[in-house]
Design a binder for this molecule. Structure first.
Ligand SMILES: [Zn+2]
Length: 220
């Protein structure tokens, strides 16, 4: 079974997250908003009374080195609500800037706020994207009916994470989860997360995969 994971928003807690992932050779995809990672680290939002800060742009290459990146738009708007010009800029400029920073192809996008419609999907298609992550939990996620509604199995804190994982393993399907590193708000959650990554990495019947590799494989 192939396992994929996707983390959003380019935030400072990803420093700790990527340390853990590297320790267990776990692949992961990070969805980034290059319009929001500034010269210095910057305040993002409050999550459960903790401040969430965004990484500085200069930190991105090292922190995400060896991982996959995809676009999360330039500035994280609801893409369904922006003008045609802004929509075009959000999807094209974000891709171009990320490709410039990381020197590798950016083929996918995660919809900010999971907001998308036919107009947004058409903009991605015409910009040359191959896939976009939708927001529904879905048992059989790959290949998706529509690559611009590529649904994930579940959130990493889902109560039924392991039943879904085991079910996908029995079917030799793709299992995928997503989240934000800032959702780990205490030491116990970080320790649980590390145990989870170690367990997946040491499972002989699973292998970590990048999303681009799924969508560029001969079987897709
Ligand atoms: Zn986001």
């Amino acid at each position: 079974m192939k396992v994929i994971q996707c983390w959003d928003d380019g935030i400072v807690d990803d420093v700790r997250l990527t340390d853990i992932l590297r320790r267990y050779n776990a692949r992961a995809t990070f969805s980034l908003n290059p319009g929001l990672n500034l010269e210095e680290r910057s305040f993002g939002w409050i999550h459960e009374s903790r401040e969430v800060w965004r990484l500085s742009v200069g930190e991105l290459p090292d922190i995400y080195s060896g991982f996959e990146v995809c676009s999360h738009s330039m500035t994280h708007p609801c893409l369904t609500e922006v003008s045609a010009d802004q929509l075009d800029w959000e999807v094209r400029a974000s891709r171009d800037i990320l490709q410039g920073i990381f020197r590798k192809p950016v083929l996918g996008l995660c919809y900010p706020f999971n907001a998308y419609n036919e107009r947004v999907k058409a903009a991605l298609r015409s910009a040359g994207y191959l896939w976009a992550r939708g927001g529904q939990n879905d048992e059989s996620i790959f290949p998706p009916r529509d690559p611009f509604e590529f649904n994930f199995s579940c959130h990493f804190l889902s109560f039924d994470f392991w039943p879904r994982f085991n079910d996908a393993k029995e079917r030799n399907a793709v299992f995928s989860f997503w989240g934000h590193s800032c959702e780990m708000t205490n030491e116990a959650m970080w320790q649980d997360f590390e145990v989870m990554i170690e367990k997946i990495s040491s499972d002989a019947n699973t292998e970590w995969s990048f999303i681009n590799d799924l969508f560029t494989s001969e079987f897709f």
